[in-house]
Design a protein around this ligand. Structure first.
Ligand code: NAI
Length: 334
């Protein structure tokens, strides 16, 4: 290992990482995404570490001749062309367990904001209006929570749900009946989950099988008036179906930490000067419509972002890089 380049780092992260790598290896940091830095500035790196807004494409990988390890400081890795990395002999490592409780806590922040109208009350009291009209909430106790993806985060959501007296049903392609018994939940097929859940929350990865898992064809299955929460990835639900469901009382509210096209939001003002594909412009337009709905809460992909979780991300990334160097990589993405 001779040269490591980190992208999308804050000053605080840079300080932490500099200390860990000392002077034994050349380390450079960019606060920008990988696609916004001229490739000649990092073409010689043998280790690169990115966060989720850096898109690692086939074309970019072809230019990184020395690259051996790509360490993403995230659980999700759909921003990296994994197949192409494998062809180039590049190992991809992620951080699978840093924020199960952190993301689960944010999931409940969104659920509770919607179920108790906290977001509406906040705006109202800012105007010195303390009326209760239109703010009546509904209890979670006794309701049914449908969890799509009962992995690390999903299981934390299930544990927390028990504390609220929610009944839990889960849809997952893999099932663990021991956990189902211990945590008192039932596995059901997706259509049944959609029909029975008062709240649907997504916790599966984004991939070819899960892209638009909820879509215009199946959205009618949802129990009328259900709440919809997405802290996983935006493309798990077809945005058109989300709009349709919100406009037609199928979803009574949505809490979204992620949405299709979110990677473009920070670049909105550059869009007019670039040749941007129509579907990307549509995604941005849809986000603007969602923002205007009072039963929708959007947060800026921040579910992972707690002090404790970010520390765990950095520690695991450093461990990943050293483990790879020692020929004992643990969290390899395939
Ligand atoms: P995990 O891998 O532990 O669990 C994912 C679960 O989804 C597994 O049980 C898996 O069997 C299931 N699954 C896979 N394909 C499926 C399908 N086709 N249908 C139904 N279930 C399926 O992952 P973890 O740690 O629980 O994270 C889940 C997702 O949350 C990540 O992929 C990531 O996209 C997202 N995430 C979002 C964050 C945020 O800040 N908003 C932070 C961290 C993760």
């Amino acid at each position: 290992m001779k040269s490591i380049t980190f992208f999308e780092t804050t000053k605080h992260e840079e300080q932490f990482l500099r200390k860990k790598f000392g002077k034994t290896v050349s380390v450079q940091f960019f606060s920008e995404k990988i696609q916004d830095v001229p490739v000649q500035k990092f073409a010689k790196s043998d280790v690169i570490s990115v966060f989720i807004y850096s898109v690692v494409t086939k074309e970019l990988l072809a230019k990184l001749k020395n690259l051996k390890l790509l360490a993403t400081r995230s659980t999700g890795f759909n921003h990296i062309n994994i197949k192409e990395a494998a062809k180039h002999g590049v190992t991809v490592m992620n951080v699978p367990y840093y924020g199960e409780n952190t993301v689960a806590e944010h999931t409940f922040a969104l659920i509770l904001s919607l179920s108790r109208n906290i977001h509406k009350a906040y705006v109202r009291t800012l105007r010195n209006d303390f009326s209760l009209e239109g703010l009546q909430g509904s209890d979670l106790k006794g309701k049914t929570l449908g969890v799509i993806g009962g992995g690390s985060i999903g299981l934390h959501v299930i544990k927390m749900a028990r504390g609220f007296g929610l009944k839990v049903i889960v849809y997952d392609v893999k099932q663990n009946h021991f956990l189902a018994e211990t945590l008192d939940f039932t596995y059901v097929p997706l259509p049944e989950l959609m029909q029975r859940s008062d709240i649907i929350t997504l916790h599966c990865p984004s991939n070819q099988q899960t892209h638009h898992l909820l879509n215009m064809e199946n959205i009618q299955n949802v129990k009328k008036g259900a709440l919809f929460i997405n802290t996983a990835r935006g493309d798990l639900i077809e945005t058109r179906a989300l709009h349709y469901a919100l406009n037609n009382g199928i979803f009574s509210g949505a809490g979204l930490d992620v949405f299709e096209g979110e990677e473009l939001v920070k670049e909105e003002n550059q869009m007019l000067t670039r040749n941007v594909p129509v579907e990307k412009l549509q995604a941005l337009l849809q986000k603007n419509i969602l923002l205007k709905m009072e039963n929708v809460i959007l947060t800026p992909h921040m579910a992972f972002d707690s002090i404790e979780a970010v520390e765990r991300i950095l520690e695991t990334t450093v461990d990943n890089i050293f483990a790879f160097e020692q020929g004992m990589p643990k969290y390899v993405v395939r």
